[in-house]
Design a protein around this ligand. Sequence first.
Ligand SMILES: [Ca+2]
Length: 439
Amino acid sequence: MPKQEATRKDPFFEFVIVFALVLGTVFASTSDTSKAETIKEETSIAQVEKIKYVVPTGKTQTLVTGLKAPWEILFLPDGQALVDERDTGSILLISKDLKVSKVGFTRTAPPCERFCEGGTLGMAYAADRSGGKLSLFVFLTTMQDNRILKYDLNTNDEGQWSLANQRVILKGIERSGKSTTHNGGRLAIGPDGKLWVSLGDSGMKGVTSQNWDRLAGSILRVNLDGTIPEDNPKNSLVWSKGLRDTQGMAWDDFGNMWTTEFGQDTWDEINLMEKGKNYGWPIAEGFYKFVETPLEPGNLGSNEQGTADKPAPTPNIPTMPSTKELVTDSRFTPPVFTWHPSEAACSGITYVKGSLIAACLRGGKLWVIPVIGDKKLGEPQEFFKGKFGRLRKATLAPDGTLWLITSNKDGRGGWSRGGENPQDDRIIRVPLKTLFYEK
Ligand SMILES: [Ca+2]
């Protein structure tokens, strides 16, 4: 990803700068001693800069009920929303007056023989180069693989949307055996206009996540026709490696990319995702390494290719990372934040006006993390713990509120965080307010 220059358009910040310049002009006409005081004054003014970020506030409102494991929610240019359902394969349109209609159906067969985490997962859309015609991308688990579908996304004068011309732009992303896990599955169009794909290790641990020749266990960066961008590392779709299961990607105003990751038993992660880096799984989880695991990736397991019926053998690693031995191997990039899965297990992450907002499944909450500078995060704050059950994704709506989707019908114990609600799964509207974060 091309680095973006860090810029701010914060009126308060601009006011501070102007005020400091005015002060500087006043003092510049006096003695040298005054100049020194001016510099000191400018410094102290700069230090009171406050960082804006947003948090949930006020009364929430249930907008849509009766969904089945919704996975992604996107707003179209006309303000209507698209939502997909993991298990039914349906793509639904939510009109401005909250009527639900079906606009597409992504598959005709279930993705696995028994309970699985795969299915119809992420969605993203983009305009073609002329800025006209829209295309919708959908992440789909099949019995053979994980793949990315591309559709023409059409609308008519009545505001009705439809999908046409389905094609597969990327296939052969490894999936595990009969019970698919660790598919990742989030799609996003990055600030660079590329299609980004978050993946998991497909249950194969280091066999995929530590092998740059395998797609699973990675973040992928893809041209909109499925080809490899010229400036990717290693001349492949793979942008970064060493991931166990990542279902969330977001970019802040500095152009930095942040991701969520499900840990195994001990540490979930927030990562600053950068080109060509290796995030450590399964040698490490969180800041710690699995002490009995050899650090040489070549020793992590067989390179035998897995199939849908016979997954590749997994390396033998301990079930818990040490809580004492930090990862000090420079080949691996540590996370920025970690949480225990009972407090997190975050799926989607969204950037809204100074805040990263992670929607968490097992944790049953939103984590709001202020972005307080270039590659700098403030203290996370939690909201709605146990109120709505499992949360899959939060998306900014055109009216400035946040729309949440619950995931209590995903086969993972429903409302494990607070009791079942007969309206599940739901879309819930959350008002936001702006706060100031003091450094
Ligand atoms: Ca990691």
